[in-house]
Design a protein around this ligand. Structure first.
Ligand SMILES: C[S@@+](CC[C@H](N)C(=O)[O-])C[C@H]1O[C@@H](n2cnc3c(N)ncnc32)[C@H](O)[C@@H]1O
Length: 291
């Protein structure tokens, strides 16, 4: 269901006055669809995302949208790449916001296509706020985020009864002054899962902070590069060694890093090794977590 901007922001809490919605400009205008493309495998697109994409007249897309998903865009549609990589932005966020508003005001069917879920480290919320402020009708189409899509596909449950009852999704980014944006030591809970987006450049500092906070160096850790795509690579390691292993094996973006006891389950749940699975399941610890 398309939301008029006024419904989207029905609660005024936390929305600055200059961001509060005005009335939609042209009743009946096509909504801008802000669509999550999932982690990359086109079979993991939602049915709705695929339908909206196949009807698009303009598609504004990011760097992480896979070629197989771009192939679903109609040949007649205008394609606009606005991808960002660290220190290399093809368009500023202001330019992207202005572009979306301009195309929507032309009355065309606009899709803003983003990797994963638009509301998980995807700036989808910011873009939706700008559309709301401009009185543009929009609709969010959720996608499978890397944390759920890549991990499940690799046999790593985000949570697992008896092992991890909490999952943190965190960005490895630094603040402008170079400090890590997250207080990692506070996340050092051995019964949780920590999923790190955009963490390749800072994993050495993050791992050190988690160990300072009390997490053992032997805590299982893993990384998934190009998750769910043909070029996918996986790495299994430990908190103490993950930084060195990622460097040695030259992992590159996009890579998702995961730390916590659930990683150990991949040995069985990834389906990579059937031999020994019975063994694993009969170990006291594994039996305990299956209860
Ligand atoms: C700007 S964030 C976008 C996240 C996206 N909105 C989501 O929900 O997955 C980009 C980061 O997501 C992670 N990521 C996204 N897709 C991935 C994939 N297919 N494989 C591994 N990591 C991925 C990486 O950490 C990457 O640096």
């Amino acid at each position: 269901m398309a939301l008029r901007s006024s419904r989207f922001l029905s609660s005024r809490n936390g929305v600055p006055a200059d961001r509060r919605p005005t009335a939609p400009r042209a009743p009946g205008t096509n909504p801008v669809h802000i669509v999550g493309a999932g982690p990359g495998d086109p079979d993991l697109l939602t049915v709705k995302a695929r339908r909206v994409l196949e009807q698009a007249e303009v598609v504004v897309y990011d760097r992480l949208v896979s070629p197989a998903i771009l192939a679903l865009i109609p040949a007649t549609a205008e394609r606009l790449f606005v991808g960002k990589a660290t220190h290399n932005h093809s368009k500023t966020q202001d330019e992207i916001n202005a572009l979306l508003i301009a195309r929507a005001e032309e009355g065309r069917r606009v899709v803003r296509l983003k990797g994963g879920d638009p509301f998980v480290f995807g700036r989808g919320g910011e873009e939706a706020l700008h559309l709301a402020q401009a009185g543009i009708v929009f609709e969010i189409v959720p996608g499978l985020s890397a944390a759920t899509g890549c991990l499940a596909a690799a046999g790593i449950p985000l949570t697992h009864r008896g092992l991890a009852g909490v999952a943190h999704l965190a960005s490895g980014h630094t603040l402008e002054d170079g400090r890590l944006a997250v207080d990692w030591a506070k996340l050092s809970d051995p019964q949780s899962t920590i999923v790190i987006y955009m963490g390749l450049a800072t994993i050495d500092r993050i791992a050190a902070a988690l160990m300072t906070g009390g997490l053992a160096a032997s805590t299982p850790a893993a990384a998934i590069e190009n998750g769910t795509l043909p070029a996918e690579r996986r790495l299994r390691s430990t908190l103490g060694a993950i930084s060195r292993d990622l460097r040695d094996q030259e992992f590159a973006s996009p890579t998702l890093i995961v730390i916590g006891p659930v990683v150990a389950l991949a040995e069985i749940l990834s389906g990579e090794t059937s031999a020994g699975a019975e063994d694993q399941m009969s170990r006291p610890r594994a039996r305990a977590i299956e209860r």
